[in-house]
Design a protein around this ligand. Structure first.
Ligand SMILES: Cc1ncc(COP(=O)(O)O)c(C=O)c1O
Length: 434
């Protein structure tokens, strides 16, 4: 099938509310390492990794070997039967999670993980209210959409009682119009205000991403989570950190982004990069919190902890230990960051560069003083980068932030290739807008 035929079938048979990148959406057919090819043989450097999911590159031999072996053994069990790869993965994850977050519940998506995390927080605390952050994203179920802090992603108008949103630590557009660090991270204090003014005063949890993914790679200052952890615990809640995008070494130096703040959360949710593209998620918590589920009722997950997905996760961890450990990601990420900051010096369209490791955001503005979001310019840049054979992502409440996040196996040469294409694309779009 060629591109036109695929797009025709897509229009006919798939719901029109799927968000598709590019004026002419791009059907991809195969991938290898950092590259993917469309159905007509055009090659692209993949700097979005299927939304930060292909963590160790396409067609990774460690992952594929594990998957092939498992496919030939057993495809499915459900959680009713213990399985060797399921428990082996839990054991391996316990080696990299912070503190004693070494018990797990496996699911099949990030939405599933965030739902499960809120569920255990309610069981463990006996409270029901949850604080999330504005601009955050937690998934597509009713609970996921209610936790999400962006109206565009709340289709069907779903709301769930008892979820409140605090200000997000968005330093470039500070909701309090203050400047870091002289602000003293005043936005963190808003969490207490929200609890005291909009809840019963007893919360089940505070849930946030260390770097907001869909929110446009908004990066909380390091002290933010220390302050919020204290407030959360003082009001009886658990600290749930959503590492669906930031986990598995994505932000460099550590396996999980929250570790940088020195805070050990009560619960971590993970998905996306955990299995290099196979559907898997995990919720990590302490044995004490996990024990609170005893007597609280039953649970099962048909697809959660699927043996093939767990095998892929074991292969992903092997590949990361061998070729893409967090320290290497920090180094390649610094190289990417320096290159993006050089582009910022060159192009007034770039208002802010932020993020960590191989999760870097570029917020585009029409005017650096007014910070008017440049969403149309982002769309124009997308068309140019596609023609140049470079895939990147976008996001943010104003759809004006580029999300640059290649597989963690990217080399500095891959980064230079991407930067060269971005430089060319920015030159074209900057010329268009003057
Ligand atoms: C931070 C975060 N949490 C949860 C989700 C939901 O994950 P999924 O799409 O696998 O349900 C996403 C998806 O983008 C996410 O970025």
């Amino acid at each position: 099938m060629n591109i036109a035929q695929i797009l025709e079938k897509q229009r006919k048979h798939l719901w029109p509310n799927h968000l598709l990148y590019y004026t002419e959406p791009l059907p991809l057919e195969r991938g290898d390492g950092l590259y993917v090819w469309d159905v007509e043989g055009n090659k692209y450097l993949d700097f979005f990794a299927g939304i930060l999911t292909t963590s160790v590159g396409h067609n990774n031999p460690h992952v594929n070997k594990r998957v092939h072996e498992q496919v030939d053994k057993l495809l499915h069990t459900s959680t009713l039967y213990p399985n060797p790869v399921h428990v082996e993965l839990a054991e391996k994850l316990a080696e990299i999670t912070p503190g004693n977050l070494d018990t797990f519940y496996f699911g099949a998506s990030g939405t599933d993980a965030d739902e499960t995390a809120v569920q255990i927080a309610k069981i463990a605390t006996g409270h029901s209210e949850v604080i999330a952050l504005r601009h955050g994203y937690s998934g597509k179920s009713p609970m996921g959409m209610a936790l999400t802090g962006q109206s565009a992603w709340r289709i069907g108008g779903t709301q769930i009682a008892g979820i409140k949103h605090a200000l997000n630590p968005y330093c470039y557009r500070c909701p309090l119009k203050m400047t870091y660090p002289s602000c003293g991270v005043a936005c963190a204090e808003d969490v207490e205000d929200v609890i005291r003014t909009t809840t019963s005063g007893k919360i089940a949890a505070f849930l946030a991403e260390p770097i907001q993914g869909v929110g446009g790679f908004v990066t909380a200052p390091p002290e933010y989570f220390t302050i919020v952890e204290e407030i959360t615990h003082r009001y009886g809640g658990l600290l749930i950190i959503d590492e669906v995008q930031t986990g598995f070494g994505r932000t460099g130096e550590y396996w999980f982004a929250i570790e940088r703040s020195g805070v050990v959360p009560d619960v971590i949710t993970m998905a996306k990069g955990i299995a290099n593209g196979l559907p898997l998620s995990a919720v990590a918590t302490t044995p004490e919190i996990a024990a609170s589920t005893v007597g609280a009722g039953l649970t099962l997950s048909t697809f959660g902890g699927n043996p093939v997905a767990c095998a892929a996760a074991l292969g992903t961890l092997e590949a990361m230990h061998a070729d893409a450990p967090p320290a290497r990601t920090a180094d390649v990420g610094d190289h990417l960051r320096a290159g993006l900051e050089r582009l910022q010096e060159k192009y007034p369209l770039i208002g802010d560069v932020r993020g960590m490791g191989l999760m870097q955001g570029v917020e585009m503005v029409r005017d650096r003083q007014t910070k008017e979001p440049a969403a149309k310019e982002v769309a124009a840049l997308f068309e140019v980068t596609k023609k140049l054979g470079l895939l990147i992502g976008k996001g943010g409440l104003y759809s004006n932030t580029l999300r640059i996040a290649p597989p963690l196996t990217a080399t500095k040469e891959h980064v230079d290739e991407a930067l060269e294409k971005l430089d060319y694309a920015f030159a074209q779009v900057q010329e268009m807008v003057g």
